[in-house]
Design a protein around this ligand. Structure first.
Ligand code: PAF
Length: 268
């Protein structure tokens, strides 16, 4: 399938095929256009749209990928129920200014079956890995493959997944990939809750509790008292804390409300 170049003036180009993706990007590169990539797992929200805006400011053609990556989920996690909203996502992307959306099948990314083939580096140690040991190898593997497919000049990732951002920066260095990683500030709702696709799992009551996390973290950046922050997070109604820790001049947190796991972080 060859996608007509004239579509560029209007609707976003959409492809599920690596070959089509590479043909279109090859054409853009031949015109010396700079390629920006925004990898996502879909269920797009304002946070993703802010990444696209940054990509548009830093490149000539923006490619968004939508792929719910099986290798970053453990068997007991929410891969099967992870929100998939392709039609809504494409409608949002039409308005976003992005030029192309790549929605590969798992076989396109993992022709030999879904398995992580990259080991994440030292930034992956601790924090998320203590609770999701499979996670960063899966992220490093899929991001490496998406970079191989799209050959971007720049790629944008959100600071909400701050440890992930460090792991990806490290992966790009160790794999010697010629792509500049640009980080984007966390987008929050009017109550300070960090936007996340998994927020749709929360009930109205859960949402009220979730909105307290950023307030506790903000206080902890002032007081430096991590133990007090843990106590307060449980007092606000969170059921369980995976971690609240200082690293990279930030306080990073992961905590549960029922079956929903939230992460957030704030600069000290
Ligand atoms: O942050 C995410 O949405 C995912 O971890 C990513 C980077 C798209 C890899 O699947």
């Amino acid at each position: 399938m060859t996608l007509p170049a004239e579509k560029l003036g209007g609707a976003i180009l959409t492809t599920t095929s690596k070959l089509d993706l590479q043909e279109i990007i090859g054409d853009w590169k031949a015109q010396n256009l700079k390629i920006g990539l925004v990898p996502t797992m879909g269920a797009l929200h304002e946070g993703h749209l802010s990444l696209i805006k940054i990509a548009l400011e830093n490149s000539d053609r923006v490619v968004v990928t939508i792929f719910v990556n099986p290798t970053q989920f453990a068997p007991h996690e929410d891969f099967d129920i992870y929100p998939r909203k392709e039609a809504q996502d494409i409608a949002k992307l039409e308005e976003s200014g992005a030029h192309l959306v790549y929605i590969p099948a798992a076989s396109e990314i993992y022709p030999d079956g879904p398995a992580s083939t990259l080991k994440a580096g030292p930034a992956a140690q601790g924090l998320e890995s203590d609770f999701r040991p499979h996670f960063f190898d899966g992220v490093a593997t899929v991001v490496h493959r998406l970079f191989e497919h799209a050959q971007p000049d720049i790629a944008v990732f959100g600071e909400k997944d701050f440890q992930q951002l460090q792991v990806i920066k490290e992966m790009v260095k160790t794999q010697d990939m010629p792509v500049k990683i640009i980080s984007a500030p966390i987008m929050r709702d009017e109550h300070g809750l960090a936007l996340a696709s998994r927020n749709v799992y929360l009930s109205e009551e859960g949402l009220q509790i979730a909105r307290q996390l950023n307030k506790v973290l903000s206080e902890a950046t002032e007081t430096g008292n991590i133990e007090a922050a843990k106590t307060k997070v449980l007092e606000t109604g969170f059921d369980k804390i995976d971690y609240i820790e200082k690293r990279w001049n930030r306080i990073l947190a992961a905590a549960w409300i029922g079956k929903t796991r939230l992460i957030d972080n704030m600069e000290i």
